[in-house]
Design a protein around this ligand. Sequence first.
Ligand code: UT7
Length: 323
Amino acid sequence: MFYSKIKAVGAYVPEYTVTNDDLSKIVDTNDEWISSRSGIRRRHFSKGENTSDLAAKAAEVILKKAGVKAEDVELIVVASVSPDYATPSVSCLVQSKIGAVNAVAFDIGAACSGFVFGLSTADKFIKSGVYKNALVIGSEVLSKYLDFEDRGTCVLFGDGAGGAFLERSEEGGILSEDMGSDGARGLSLTSGFRNVVNPYCEGERFIHSYIEMDGREIFDFATRTVPKSVEALIEKAGISVEDIDIVVPHQANARIVQIVARKLKIPMEKFYLNMEEYGNTSSASIPIALNEMDNKGLIKKGDTVLITGFGAGLTWGSMLIKF
Ligand code: UT7
């Protein structure tokens, strides 16, 4: 039986930052509203780099930290809802940019749960013996999908990329997971819609490329679903809440995290939050946080870390990882 273990985490975030005060100059909002409702104070926006550029830079950081050459990477999985193109995939662009000539590369779309879904997918390939290692990345340039006239969404999101290098191991690594989807509620958070118009099916072109969200619906979904998912995960893993050393939640909203913490009876001190600096970077938020913690020496060898993502789809995914 094989397991997969995280050998290194890494991230790359564009340098340019936009504060809540900056946004209040172009849209009817203010720092007090944004920070008190979401915990967000700044976000990083790309000034031209696309999703695969961010992902490739994150990949280089990860491989350097792991001490692994690009040509030795066997699998690249990129989770993204903001790809450069519909095709080629972000992962194929990353493969080319970093020179991972021997890797198989594909993308998955599970929005803010994407990093957890990506780790889970790579874990299956490693566990089954198909591949010995995998690079899993979440990368987003959400700024290109933001309607800067919609104050309900444009203040919440940011750009960035992060990921992990997974390697076959004698011991886990990835200990347990709980994932789920609720497509029936999917239209409460959408982006990138275009209807079918062609010479055989005429009609008015209808494109909704911007992120559109029913914030209350997503808030309600997250605060109900995440605690249930974590409880299911803990039960499957046969551990208790006290055994969890660190919780790295998807960085959407500090209030959501506080409610989740209260429901699970996990002290807030165990949760790592950095949405203040980056906003919601969807699939990238969890690995950016893991990388920041790693750089600060906040994750020790042997720590049991719970990661939990939720978002569009609707999707959710929680995972227990032994570092
Ligand atoms: O990755 C997962 C994706 N998304 C999420 O996790 C988001 C989940 N939802 C949320 O985080 C919250 O619902 C929001 C932060 C999006 C909104 O907070 P809320 O407390 O649910 O506010 P609301 O949407 O009910 O809006 C309350 C008021 C409204 O004004 P009225 O109708 O009460 O007069 C909005 O128009 O706040 C107004 N508002 C704003 N005011 C200033 C909405 N956006 C803004 C803004 N600045 N940026």
